[in-house]
Design a binder for this molecule. Structure first.
Ligand code: DAH
Length: 355
């Protein structure tokens, strides 16, 4: 009993431990604290521990009573500790779960929804108008033979558009198998007629290339939409009526058209089509859209040159046709008052999201 205060007998030491235990244990607020409390009540160096160690030296007559008290103390303390441990463990689990929880109510990162580019929207709209008239959608290669881009379209080897300063050649040299990036969608006219029987009513959107430096009105890569109609009795009035219908559908029902004489190698006669200004209806000096001219230049067109029909193997004495070609970038610029082609390629969302 060396370390016990001499004044205290083992029974009262144990009674005190039993009496103090509930409050001490209840006060432990973490598992680590509880372990420390357990040690302080029944551990090796606790008063109870001292009694346990001193058992051998206790009077034999007192020993059974002290032993019984010792058992009672340790079993009561163990029960209280176990109960408290369960409570603290449950609390610890709750704490850990909430610390590791994923908050599914957090706003997710949303990718902004894109839109179809204005040029493609314009192409779709134009194609729709012609499909509505019974035209078929056609396409051809962007890497094209000089034969289809020029020769089959009645464009002689000396024509300036064939110069290397204007056309991007992929394989330049022998005119019979020169490959180039097509400068127009017109070669699809020849390709289609070579492989299809008349009548022909096709609309051909596609990408085209020219050796131009980027500025407000030029892009080296741009788009065209070609139209070709070949049948047994097509006249210039059919061309005009078709394009008038297109202009009204695209710009509005009050739109008027006018044709100005022009030249294209593959049409005879050839013309440029103007539409009346949709903004001022041709009546406003200094109009923001037409500058007061009243007319907007829209596209090239004409009656298919008989040489083009013949080159494709069609009988030009029996068939006639008309063709037209327009630029969707220009259509979109005209309609929306866009001042530079650069907007189409700069990917500035402030521009793109307006359409
Ligand atoms: N291919 C011509 C160009 O790029 C546009 C054109 C004009 C197409 C008249 C045609 C047409 O089919 O008949 O300038």
């Amino acid at each position: 009993m060396s370390n016990l205060p001499p004044s205290m007998d083992p029974i009262s030491v144990l009674d005190k431990a039993i009496a103090d235990a509930p409050e001490l244990i209840e006060d432990a607020s973490t598992l680590a604290e509880l372990e420390a409390v357990e040690g302080s009540i029944v551990g090796k160096d606790s008063p109870v521990g001292e009694v346990r160690r001193a058992m051998g030296k206790i009077d034999a007559a007192l020993r059974p009573a002290v032993g019984a008290k010792l058992n009672e103390a340790s079993s009561r303390v163990t029960k209280l500790i176990d109960a408290r441990r369960q409570v603290l463990q449950a609390a610890e689990e709750v704490r850990q779960l909430s610390a590791e929880a994923i908050d599914v109510t957090l706003e997710s990162i949303r990718l902004k929804r894109g839109a179809i580019n204005l040029v493609q929207q314009t192409i779709d709209e134009v194609v729709d108008i012609f499909v509505g008239l019974g035209y078929q959608l056609a396409s051809g290669p962007e890497a094209e033979l000089a034969y289809y881009n020029f020769d089959a379209l009645n464009t002689p080897p000396t024509h300036p558009s064939r110069w290397e300063s204007d056309t991007m050649y992929l394989d330049w040299g022998d005119p019979s198998d020169e490959v180039l990036l097509r400068t127009q969608t017109s070669p699809v006219q020849a390709r289609w007629m070579e492989t299809h029987e008349p009548p022909v009513y096709i609309v051909v959107p596609g990408r085209t290339y020219r050796k131009d430096t980027i500025d407000a009105t030029h892009l080296p890569v741009f788009h065209q939409i070609e139209g070709l109609a070949v049948d047994t009795n097509l006249k210039f009035s059919d061309l005009k009526g078709t394009l008038l219908h297109f202009a009204k559908e695209f710009f509005g029902q009050t739109t008027e058209v006018r044709l100005r004489p022009h030249f294209f190698p593959f049409t005879e006669p050839s013309a440029e089509l103007d539409v009346s200004c949709f903004s001022c209806d041709g009546g406003e000096p200094g109009c923001r859209v037409c500058g007061g001219a009243g007319w907007l230049e829209l596209l090239g067109c004409g009656m298919v040159d008989p040489n083009v029909l013949d080159a494709a193997g069609y009988d030009s004495t029996r068939l006639s046709g008309f063709a037209f070609g327009m630029g969707p970038e220009r259509l979109a610029m005209t309609r929306h008052g866009i001042d530079s082609l650069r907007h189409f390629i700069e990917n500035d969302v402030r521009f793109l999201e307006q359409f």
